[in-house]
Design a binder for this molecule. Structure first.
Ligand code: UN1
Length: 513
């Protein structure tokens, strides 16, 4: 990693061997055990981070709740100005932060940069939004009355994020939450803790330069037990959690128990329907990037290709050929397409999926396997694999966070393809490749894709921040990022004002004294 300038990048990001606080002096994370962060790229120890104890958590929460008292009354456009500065700071550190994402998480440097770009984009979006947190006005049924609604800040927003987008998902949440007047407490994945500290360093500097309290952005570190401190805490009205469906069910039950709100962005089992009218060249690029990009570790990764029998062999041959050209190796080296999986547990899940698909009667057409030897010392590099399978296989119904692609064949028309596409528990992203207007419109109709994201002639991954991001069913139903996703970070208040000297009651009720 030295060859790729990691030491320099870490220095710019204010990271040291052991990280207990931010470079600007915030010490409120870390008196607990130490998490070691090892890179899946070369297996080397990158740095250590101290975890948050119950006492540390209380310190964090008092800083956050105290900061909220003032932050909620700061004009939203002034809060937007902080986010604007944060976005500019991200522009300055885009390269080192992208590099750290690549080195700690294992995605390609290009994708690491893309992730930081998503952070910058959501900041720009949030700055504009800071002048557009609109409510409606309604017409009162009573004379001399005015009725309208307004949106107020919620309070402390808890963010639990996953290793696969170790910085962007935090930014989607925080950038919106901050302009909405909320303060944030973030628990990044314990698999990518240094990305968390690096981001905290960046925002802490912006807050300090503006003389704003550090409690506006807080970091806590550790595993699910640290997350539980927030999910059980009544002082946290909203918990935004990204991760597995299993995790989401626990978060939802725990937060629901105290009638808090959870915003869930959980697993996907995303498919591309390839119709007889598909552009094959576009299909191949979209499918291969969707299946092997980020080594198949996006929640939007393409897991299933649902191909019409009339083009099945053509598509299959073209995709197999494209897989033959993939270069697997150090993701910081821009010549490689596919980096490592996050850790050896992920490799075990990958192996298990390949065994299971064969056991269930599937047919492997691109062999998988774990790579060994020079450059692959971390044990986390695997070959992207393809299996011909059937939608009802248990393993096909399951999200495996690895580059394993299942080919499914359909006969008949797009309705038959949709049955397969919707015939899984998850509902995040979906796509159709077609030049046929009828097929495309049917796919997008109320009787079409049941997913939160439905694309025509685009793959399943790589959504822009301007749209609302999230999905239905086991994906959890939450929406983050663009469109009106900001509303979940605020509380709505309906206001009715009487400017007469009479007190008429609604619904025409008479109550004379
Ligand atoms: C995720 O995998 O958690 O649409 C998010 C995409 C990215 C975000 C993925 N913009 O692939």
């Amino acid at each position: 990693a030295k060859d790729f300038g990691m030491d320099e990048a870490m220095k710019i990001l204010g990271l040291s061997a052991i990280n207990e606080g931010t470079s600007t002096g915030q010490k409120n994370f870390g008196n607990g055990e130490i998490i070691e962060s090892h890179s899946p790229v070369d297996g080397q120890l990158i740095g250590k981070v101290k975890t948050t104890t119950k006492e540390d958590y209380e310190t964090v929460m008092s800083a956050a709740t105290a900061a909220f008292k003032d932050f909620r009354t700061m004009p939203a456009p002034a809060r937007g100005e902080l986010v604007r500065q944060f976005g500019n700071k991200l522009r300055e550190v885009k390269e080192p932060l992208g590099k750290l994402v690549s080195y700690e998480m294992g995605k390609s440097y290009q994708e690491g940069l893309g992730e930081v770009q998503e952070m910058i984009d959501i900041c720009d979006f949030a700055v504009g939004l800071s002048r557009q947190l609109h409510g409606l006005t309604m017409h009162s049924e009573r004379p001399g009355h005015r009725m309208y609604e307004q949106y107020h800040p919620l309070g402390v927003v808890g963010i639990i994020s996953a290793f696969n987008f170790p910085v962007a998902v935090w930014a989607w949440n925080t950038a919106l939450a901050w302009v909405c007047g909320d303060v944030c407490v973030w628990k990044p994945s314990e698999k990518t803790p240094l990305c968390g500290v690096a981001c905290q360093n960046i925002i802490a500097e912006v807050l300090k330069a503006n003389d704003m309290p550090e409690g506006i952005s807080c970091l806590i570190n550790g595993d699910y037990k640290v997350g539980e401190m927030m999910t059980t805490d009544k002082r946290v009205p909203l918990v935004s959690a990204t991760g597995s469906t299993r995790m989401g069910k626990i978060v939802s039950a725990t937060v629901g128990e105290r009638l808090g709100t959870s915003l869930l962005e959980l697993g996907g089992n995303n498919a591309i329907i390839v119709t007889p009218d598909a552009d094959i060249k576009m299909t191949v690029i979209g499918a291969v990037f969707g299946a092997v990009g980020t080594a198949g570790q996006r929640c939007t990764s393409t897991r299933r290709l649902i191909i019409h029998e009339s083009v099945y062999d053509t598509v299959k041959d073209a995709i197999v050929k494209a897989y033959g050209q993939l270069r697997i190796g150090n993701p910081l080296d821009e010549n490689n397409h596919v980096g490592p999986l996050i850790d050896t547990d992920a490799v075990a899940n990958y192996n298990n999926a390949l065994e299971r698909v064969v056991a269930e009667g599937g047919n492997i057409i691109v062999e998988g396997g774990v790579l060994t030897g020079e450059g692959y010392e971390s044990g986390c590099y695997v070959k992207p694999a393809i299996a011909e399978a059937s939608n009802q296989f248990e393993i096909v119904q399951h999200e495996t966070f690895a580059p394993v692609l299942y080919l499914l064949k359909y006969t008949g028309d797009v309705i038959d393809a949709l049955e397969l596409q919707n015939g899984v528990a998850q509902g995040l992203s979906s796509a159709i490749m077609t030049n046929n207007l009828r097929e495309a419109e049917r796919f997008l109709s109320a009787a079409g894709s049941d997913c939160g994201i439905a694309n025509v002639n685009i793959g399943t991954s790589g959504a822009e921040i301007g749209g609302a991001f999230g999905g239905e069913k086991d994906t959890g139903g939450g929406r983050e990022s663009g469109s009106d996703a900001w509303k979940v970070y605020m509380r709505r208040q309906t206001n009715t004002i009487n400017y007469t000297t009479e007190l008429p009651l609604a619904q025409g009720i008479k109550f004379d004294l």
